[in-house]
Design a protein around this ligand. Sequence first.
Ligand code: BG6
Length: 492
Amino acid sequence: MSDSGASRLEPFDFVLFGATGDLSMRKLLPALYFRHCEGQIPDEARIICAARSQLTTPEFIVRVTAEALPNIKKNDLVDAHWQTFLQRITYLSIDATVTSQYQSLADLLLGYEDRIRVFYLSTSPGIFAETCRQIKAAGLVTPKSRVALEKPLGRDLQSAELINDELANAFSESQVYRIDHYLGKETVQNLLALRFGNVLFEPLWRRERIKDVQITISESLGVDGRGDFYDKTGALRDMVQNHLLQLLVILAMEPPASSNPDAVRDEKIKVLRALKPLQGKEVLKNTVRGQYTAGALDDSPVPGYREADDIPDDSTTETFVAIRAEIESWRWKGIPFYLRTGKRMEQKVTEIVVNFRSVPHSIFKTVGESNTPNRLIIRLQPDQNIRLRISVKAWGDHMHLEPVFLDLDFNETFGKRQLIAYERLLIDIVRGNPTWFMRRDEVAAAWQWIDPIRQAWDESDQRPDPYMSGSWGPSSADVLISQDDMTWANND
Ligand code: BG6
C-alpha cells in the first residue's frame, strides 16, 4: 500500500446502513477503498454493511464488485488492494426500524466497546429518527460512537428539528456528523485557505471593493431514476438549502480566530443569520424557479422533466432556482449574492465568481477600451482552478488595456489523484473532526431562511418558468440579474 503520509487511524467499526443503496456503491465504498489503499485504515478496522436485502456476505461482495467497482477508475484500481479491502466487509441483513433485528448487530459489536464506532445512515431520511432510536435502545451507543447522516435533513425547519430532537436523545451533539458532501470538496476547503492563508484578499473582501458575487451549480444531468425523491424535494431543498448556502457562507464569513471546528462554524452561522429574509412579495421579486422542458444535450435529444415516467404530468417542482440574496452586515450590506442551480443545463459547472468594482477613475479611457473590472473565478468542477482577471497593457505602440487571466490549475500544481469528497469526510468522522459538518443550529438557520421562500412559492399561482434542456435556465433568471445591470458570468 502506498505511504502517502496520510496519518493512520485508530481501529474502528464502520456500520453502514443502506449499504446496498446507490450512494454506498457510487461513493462510500469506493471512498473507503481509496483510504484502505493509502494504508490509512488499520488492519483491525471492520466495515459492517447493513441493509434490508437478505444476502450473505459473499453475495453482498458479488454486488459490491458489480456496482461499486465500476466507480473506481481502472488506473486507480490495484487488484490486490481491492481483494484485501473486500475482506474487511461483513454484511448484515437488517431492517433498521425493527427492534428484534438488532441482535445480530449487537453480537457483532460486543467486545469492541472501546473502539471508535461509526453509524453511517445512508438511508432514506424518513427513517433517520427511528434508526437512531433503535441504535440507542439496543445499547449500541458508546462514548466513542458517532452517527453520520446524509442531507436532506428534513423538509423544513419543523421536520429538521424533530429529527434533530431524536438525534439528541441518542447522541450528544459532538457525536453527530451532518454531511453536506460539498464541504469535502478540495476547492471548497481551499476557499478557507485562499481567504485566510493569504494577506492579499482580506482587504478587498468587502462591499467597498466587491460589486457582486455569483455562485452557480449547474448540472447537465436530469433527475433520471430519482424522480420519486426529487419531485417531493425540488432544487430549493436539494441544492440551495445546503450546497449553495454552504458555499455562500464560506465565501462571506468573517475570519475565525482559529481553525478550531467551533470557531469556524460559529462564523459560518453568523452569515446564515445575517441573510436578509425574503418573504411574500420580496420572494417573487428576488427569486426565479424553473423547470426543464425537452431539448438537446451534446446534440442528443433529451425529454422534459414532466415526460419522465416517475414524474406527475402536472408537477410544479422546480429543477432550477436563482436567488438574489443579501447579507445584512457591515462587510456586505447592499452587495448582491446571486445563487443559481439547475438540472439539465448546458454544462456541469460549479463556480464562484467574485466581481470587483471598476477602478475609481480610469486614466486610460481615451485610448481604446476602458479597464475591464477585476474578477476572481473559483471553479470547483469539472476542473478545479482559480483564475484572476486583471488588466494589462497589450503589446504594441499605444496604451491599450486588455483583460488577461492569472491562472492556477490545481491538477497541474498538485498532479496527483484528487480525493473524492467523501474520502475526506469519512476520515474526519473517524478522527472526530467536525469542522466540515453542519451543526444543528446551522441546519436550523438555513431552513429558517429557506422556508419563507418555499411558502411564498406554494402560495403563488405562478408555475415554474420553463427552460429548454441544454440551456442556461429560464430567461427570467437573466432578467433577475439585469435589475442590477449585471449579467451571469457565463454570458459575458
Ligand atoms: C446531491 C443532490 O446532494 O448533489 C443531487 O441530491 C446533485 O441532486 C448532487 O446531483 C450534485 O453533487 P456533485 O458533487 O455532483 O456536484
